[in-house]
Design a protein around this ligand. Sequence first.
Ligand code: GLN
Length: 193
Amino acid sequence: MKIGILALQGDFEAHAAAIQRACGGCKTTEVRLARDLDGLDGLVIPGGESTTMLKLMDYYSLFDPLREFGRRKPVFGTCAGSILMATEVRNPAQRSLELLDMTVERNAYGRQLDSHVARITEHALGGEAEIEAVFIRAPIIRRVGEGGRVLAAYKGDAVLVEHGRHLTATFHPELSGDARVHRMFVEKVRHSS
Ligand code: GLN
């Protein structure tokens, strides 16, 4: 399986390493141009700064190809990636790829770098399990649309959501050395390819 990592800005290298930890047989490739999407089975949109990423998507004519890709293949967005996937963005309102029906509020925990442990509340990871969830100027998911499943929550707010073939996290699983969340995405890619 070949998984692309959007490499316009942000911590894309950490995601490539995390995908390798989760799936020895997977190939990863950096995506900067529309043609880099050819032949991919899935795509990761990393954390970073969503407004900057949007500008770079426009500059590289990637916005429409990414939307089109997400209509066919699994996409996993973390933090800024989750903002870019949401159907509705607040604080301030912002354009997005609209791949996953949810409302997110940007920078909703305040400006500080904040790190804490979230409890996984879904059986998907093998029962109640704790994962370290690194939040960096993270958004809060204010609404999850019908059909979306909340896989983990922190202080009552969804932080890991799946909807069909897509997965999104408001934290940074690529930074904690724990491959379980990336493995969930790899399984989605496996089932849809
Ligand atoms: N605050 C950033 C944004 O609004 C996201 C931060 C992150 O990806 N760690 O785009």
